[in-house]
Design a protein around this ligand. Structure first.
Ligand code: HXC
Length: 510
C-alpha cells in the first residue's frame, strides 16, 4: 500500500469512528435534545485537551449477524484530557451505535482507561447513555461489565469516580454508576432502572411510566440514587467541571487550594439574629452556610433528597471543605433514615479524599414513628454515627441551636472525635426539649408547677453553658464571627495526623 493510501485509510477509519451510528442516528440524538458521546467529551474537557484512545477498536462478535455490523470505536469514546488543567480519564457511551451497549471490546476500552487512571492517580468520569449489556454477546458482555464493576470497587476511595447519566440507562449501565462517588442525571432525557417499565408490567403487573420509575427527578428526590440534576447536556458538563474543581485527583492529595477573593475575617451582622430565639421557629441553615463560605459559593450535593440534611462542598479561605448540616426548615432538621444515609455516605467520601468536615448542628433528635423504626432507623442512623466516628480528617462542629439526645452525639460531637466544637449562645444541648423533659420527669404537676419546672430545665440545660463548663464545647462564639472562627479552626487542624487502628476494614452497618 502506498504511503498516501495508508494515510487515507487511517483518515477514513477515523472519520467512520467519528460518525458513530451514522448521520440519521446523530440527528435523532440531537432531536432528543442530547449531544453525541464525542460532543459531550469535548464540552466536558478543556478545549484541545482530549486525547482519544482505541478509536479503531471493533467488536469481535459473530452471532446474530453482528459480523456484518462493525463500527470503529464500537460505540465507546475513551481517552484522557484536562479539567482546569488537571488530568482526567473519560469514557462516553455512544447511543447511536447499538444503543451504546457494552460489548466485550468496548468494556476492554473502559478497563484500559480505568487501569491507567489508577496508575496515574487521576479521576475517571463516565458518561453513560446505554441499554446495558449487549444482548448479542451474551456472557462476554456480562464479563465486560463485571470487569468494570470490579475496578469501580478497587478504585473506590483511591480516585474520584463520577457518573453522568445522559440517556436511558439499564442493567450494567446503572450498576457501574451506582458504585461510583457521584451520579448526575439530566431532566427529561436520562433514566436509570435495573428493569424497565415493560418488564415490570409483565412480572408484577404494575404500570409505571419511565419518568416515575427512573427519571432524573425520581432518582434525585425520591430514591436518592442520584446526586445532581442538570437541565440539559450542556449544563451537565458544566456541573461536572465545577464538581471536579473541589476534588483532589486521588486520595494521597489534598483537595485543590484556590486563592480566595474573600477576606478570612469578614463578619456578618445578619447572622446575629438569624437563629430565632423561639426554638420552635424554623430558619434556613443554608443562609448560614452561604454567609460564611468563600464568595458565598456552596456546591450542594443531593439538594432534592432528604432536605432535612444539607451536604456539599465549599471553600474556606481557599481550602475546600465538606459541609454537613441539619436543616431546621425541613422536618425541623430531624435525623431520619434518608438523611442519615445521605450524610453518612458524604462523610465517608470526604474522609476518603481528605476534605475537612464542617458540621452545623440544629437537630431535635431522630424522627419518631413506626415507618422509621420498622424501616430500620436504628441501623441507618448508626451509619452516620459510624461514619463520623471513623472519619480521621479535621472535624469542626458548630451547634447553632438544638442538639438533643442521641442526635447530639451523632452530629460530630466532641466525644466521637471532633477536633473543635463551637456553639452559638442560642445553642440548647440536652437530652430533649424542656417541655418533653418535664412531661417525663414530673408527670403530675399542675400548670403552675409545670411552667416553673420548664423554666428550671431551660435555665439548666437549654443553653450551651453546661457543655462549655465540661469542655464538650471549646468556645461559645458570636454568630457574626462564624467565618473567622471556622477558618482559624481549620488552620489549626491543617496538619492533623490521626489514623484508625490497623484492620482489613470495619463493619459499617449496611
Ligand atoms: C443490544 C440494544 C440493547 C441491548 C438497546 N439496544 N438495548 N442492543 N443489547 N441491551 C439497541 C436497540 O435494539 C436499538 O437498535 C438501539 O439500541 C436503540 O434502542 P431503542 O430501544 O430503539 O431506544 P429507546 O426506545 O430509547 O430505549 C432505550 C432502552 C431500551 C430503554 C435502553 O432499548 C431497552 O430497554 N433496552 C434493553 C435494556 C436491557 O434490558 N439491557 C440488558 C440489561 S442486563 P436499533 O438498531 O433498532 O436502533 C445488563 C447486565 C449487566 O446490563 C449486569 C448487571 C448487574
Amino acid at each position: 500500500m502506498a504511503l498516501q493510501d495508508k494515510f487515507d485509510k487511517l483518515e477514513k477509519q477515523s472519520k467512520a469512528a467519528e460518525m458513530g451510528g451514522g448521520q440519521d442516528r446523530i440527528d435523532k440524538q440531537h432531536l432528543a435534545g442530547k449531544k453525541t458521546a464525542r460532543e459531550r467529551v469535548l464540552a466536558l474537557l478543556d478545549p484541545g485537551s482530549f486525547v482519544e484512545m482505541d478509536k479503531l477498536v471493533m467488536h469481535q462478535n459473530h452471532d446474530f449477524g453482528m459480523e456484518d455490523k462493525k463500527i470503529p470505536g464500537d460505540g465507546m469514546v475513551t481517552g484522557y484530557g484536562k479539567i482546569e488543567g488537571r488530568l482526567m480519564y473519560v469514557f462516553a457511551q455512544d447511543f447511536t451505535v447499538f444503543g451504546g451497549t457494552m460489548s466485550r471490546s468496548n468494556a476492554d476500552k473502559v478497563v484500559k482507561v480505568m487501569d491507567l487512571a489508577m496508575k496515574m492517580g487521576a479521576p475517571v468520569i463516565g458518561l453513560n447513555d446505554s441499554g446495558g449489556a449487549r444482548i448479542q454477546e451474551g456472557v462476554q458482555s456480562l464479563a465486560g461489565y463485571a470487569d468494570i464493576f470490579f475496578r469501580n470497587v478497587r478504585s473506590s476511595g483511591v480516585i474520584p469516580q463520577i457518573s453522568g447519566i445522559l440517556g436511558p440507562c439499564a442493567g450494567g449501565a446503572v450498576y457501574s454508576p451506582a458504585l461510583t462517588d457521584f451520579i448526575l442525571m439530566v431532566e427529561e432525557s436520562s433514566y436509570m432502572f435495573v428493569t424497565g417499565p415493560d418488564v415490570i408490567k409483565t412480572v408484577t403487573h404494575e404500570e409505571v411510566t419511565k419518568e416515575d420509575l427512573g427519571g432524573a427527578m425520581t432518582h434525585n428526590a425520591r430514591s436518592g440514587v442520584a446526586h445532581l440534576l442538570a437541565t440539559n447536556d450542556e449544563q451537565a458538563m458544566m456541573m461536572i467541571r465545577e464538581l471536579m474543581s473541589y476534588l483532589p485527583s486521588n486520595n494521597l492529595e489534598d483537595p485543590p487550594y484556590r486563592a480566595p477573593h474573600d477576606q478570612p475575617n469578614r463578619t456578618d451582622e445578619a447572622l446575629q439574629t438569624l437563629v430565632p430565639d423561639d426554638p420552635n421557629k424554623p430558619y434556613d441553615m443554608k443562609e448560614i452556610i452561604t454567609s460564611v463560605v468563600d464568595d458565598h459559593t456552596f456546591f450542594e450535593i443531593q439538594p432534592f433528597f432528604a432536605k432535612n440534611m444539607i451536604i456539599g462542598f465549599a471553600r474556606l479561605n481557599g481550602y475546600p471543605v465538606g459541609i454537613v448540616a441539619n436543616q431546621p426548615a425541613h422536618l425541623a432538621g430531624c435525623l431520619d433514615i434518608n438523611s442519615s444515609v445521605k450524610a453518612a455516605r458524604f462523610v465517608r467520601f470526604c474522609d476518603a479524599f481528605n476534605f475537612p468536615l464542617i458540621t452545623l448542628v440544629d437537630v431535635p433528635g431522630f424522627l419518631p414513628g413506626t415507618g422509621q423504626e420498622l424501616g430500620g432507623i436504628i441501623k441507618h442512623g448508626a451509619k452516620l454515627l459510624y461514619a463520623f466516628s471513623e472519619a480521621t480528617v479535621p472535624k469542626i462542629t458548630l451547634i447553632t441551636r438544638k442538639a438533643y439526645g442521641g442526635a447530639y452525639d451523632v452530629m460530630s460531637s466532641k466525644h466521637i472525635g471532633a477536633d473543635i466544637n463551637f456553639a452559638y449562645p442560642t445553642a440548647e444541648i440536652a437530652v430533649m426539649g424542656s417541655d418533653g423533659a418535664v412531661n417525663i420527669l414530673y408527670r403530675n404537676l399542675d400548670d403552675e408547677g409545670r411552667i416553673s419546672a420548664i423554666a428550671d430545665y431551660k435555665e439548666r440545660f437549654a443553653n450551651p453553658f453546661s457543655a462549655a463548663e465540661l469542655g464538650y464545647i471549646d468556645e461559645i462564639i458570636f454568630p457574626k464571627d462564624t467565618r473567622l472562627k471556622l477558618i482559624q479552626a481549620l488552620d489549626m487542624t491543617r496538619n492533623k495526623s490521626y489514623t484508625n487502628p490497623k484492620r482489613k476494614h470495619g463493619n459499617i452497618p449496611l
